[in-house]
Design a protein around this ligand. Structure first.
Ligand code: PGA
Length: 240
């Protein structure tokens, strides 16, 4: 696993946007694994700039998001459906809507929805590039500490650490959903290439642990050590 400090959030975000841009332009039928969260905001901003400036055809690009909260309506401002629309799909409105996939956190039968989403990824995949953030507790997607390394898309009970960390996006901690639907660790590992990004001092302990922990289900991101093609980009603050 290569961990590279690119100095600032902007440099790292631009670098990763360029990686996605190259994948899209060189392989116009690529499958992209997308992530949300504060970490990815600038990646999408730069990607939209690159796509717009060069008027790139993205109609053949298929996207799979990592996760979604359970129980937030799609137009809730903190839902990941809303996030993706605001940060990418509305800003560059040339993606083919039928090729944009996020798990449905409002499905009546959540287990069936998890199975449907997993089957879709297996049928349409593999994902060419999966981008990932990392939780302060080492989660990737919403795979919390203790998640089975063989897990597929599943319903997750969020840990208090995640609820607390994500409460910064909600008015009140009590509003943070307690569950999510997430690609499993095994689902994520099927991607041909994985790029993980971490910014800010709050992520420095997770990055240190990622370096030190070889494979431990209590630190889910450690599974990435067993993937042949992983790149990690950090800024000065998270590299400390
Ligand atoms: P963040 O979340 O980008 O909002 O810090 C990342 C994560 O929890 O995976």
């Amino acid at each position: 696993m290569n961990i590279t400090n690119l100095g600032t959030r902007d440099y790292a975000s631009f670098y990763v946007a360029c990686e996605l841009y190259k994948q899209i332009t060189q392989h116009p039928h690529s499958k992209l694994g997308l992530a949300t969260g504060g970490t990815m905001i600038e990646v999408y901003r730069f990607l939209v700039e690159l796509l717009s400036r060069n008027n790139i055809d993205v109609s053949g690009i298929e996207t799979f998001n990592l996760d979604e909260y359970v129980g937030l309506v799609d137009n809730h401002e903190e839902s990941y459906h809303y996030y993706m629309n605001e940060n990418l799909f509305k800003r560059y409105p040339h993606f083919n809507a039928s090729l944009i996939h996020l798990p449905n956190g409002n499905a009546e039968r959540l287990d069936e929805e998890a199975q449907r989403y997993e089957a879709l990824i297996n049928q349409q995949g593999p994902v060419d590039i999966q981008i990932l953030g990392i939780g302060e507790n080492g989660h990737i997607g919403f795979n919390e500490p203790g998640t089975d390394i063989n897990s597929r898309t599943h319903i997750v009970d969020l840990t208090y650490s995640t609820i607390k960390a994500n409460s910064r996006y909600f008015e009140d901690e009590a509003e943070v959903p307690k569950q999510a639907i997430s690609m499993g660790l095994s689902t994520i590992m099927q991607a041909k290439k994985i790029i993980l990004l971490a910014f800010g001092e709050k992520k420095s302990i997770a990055i240190e642990k990622l370096l030190q922990t070889k494979l431990d289900s209590q630190f889910p991101a450690s599974i990435l050590h067993t993937h042949p093609n992983v790149e990690v980009y950090v800024d000065d603050a998270s590299a400390q």
